[in-house]
Design a protein around this ligand. Structure first.
Ligand code: G3D
Ligand code: MG
Length: 177
């Protein structure tokens, strides 16, 4: 997949991460896990959640977790401006809605505001039986084609246990943004 490295000007102390994905993909669970290293009972997000997480001294990521229900998806466009990194969350075990998720993904990538914005796809719910692995998600989402104009990476994870997250959030996130 290659090395993802985007140079952050020394003055940039904050980056906006937009979390998108279908409803129930696990976005809010992931955000709680990032923030508190804990699992909270999530309720379907009506509107959006926003949270700032200090990755290291003087570097903060602001996560925008936008509701993924069908009626919310047209609203995604209102959140695209000023996005430094897209975190697209997929329920890797929900094969029935994979195609729907892919369609939304492809659609959103075409938006001018997301031009060249790096993408990390979180292949969530790896704990569930039959979950597609990162290679399969990469293939099914046609990442090589649709993200050929930007840096991208597919990270398998489980928002409940946090597996796969710490590597990304602590070690690598700042490199992507
Ligand atoms: P959303 O914010 O993308 O809409 P949520 O999704 O974070 O609200 O999560 C939807 C449901 O998926 C929640 O279950 C949550 O506990 C579950 N979930 C999230 N991540 C994982 C995971 O990695 N593994 C498993 N097994 N479940 C996960 P409920 O039952 O509350 O609907
Ligand atoms: Mg939510």
């Amino acid at each position: 997949m290659g090395m993802l490295l985007i140079v952050i000007p020394p003055t940039v102390k904050q980056a906006n991460i937009l979390m998108l994905g279908l409803d129930s993909a696990g976005k809010s669970t992931l955000l709680y896990k990032f923030k508190y290293n804990d699992v909270f009972l999530t309720i379907p997000t009506i509107g959006f959640n926003v949270d700032m997480i200090e990755i290291e001294k003087d570097f903060t990521l602001t996560f925008w977790d936008v509701g993924g229900q069908k009626k919310m998806r047209p609203v995604w466009c209102d959140f695209l401006e000023n996005t430094d990194g897209l975190l697209y969350v997929v329920d890797s075990s929900d094969k029935q809605r994979l195609e729907e998720s892919k369609k939304e993904f492809e659609f959103i990538l075409k938006n001018e505001f997301l031009k060249s914005v790096p993408v990390v796809m979180l292949a969530n719910k790896q704990d569930l039986p039959g979950a597609l692995n990162a290679e399969e998600i990469t293939r099914r989402f046609n990442m090589k084609k649709y993200c050929s104009d930007r840096n991208w990476y597919v990270q398998p994870c489980c928002a409940i246990t946090g597996e796969g997250l710490s590597e990304w959030i602590l070690e690598n996130s700042y490199k992507y943004l």
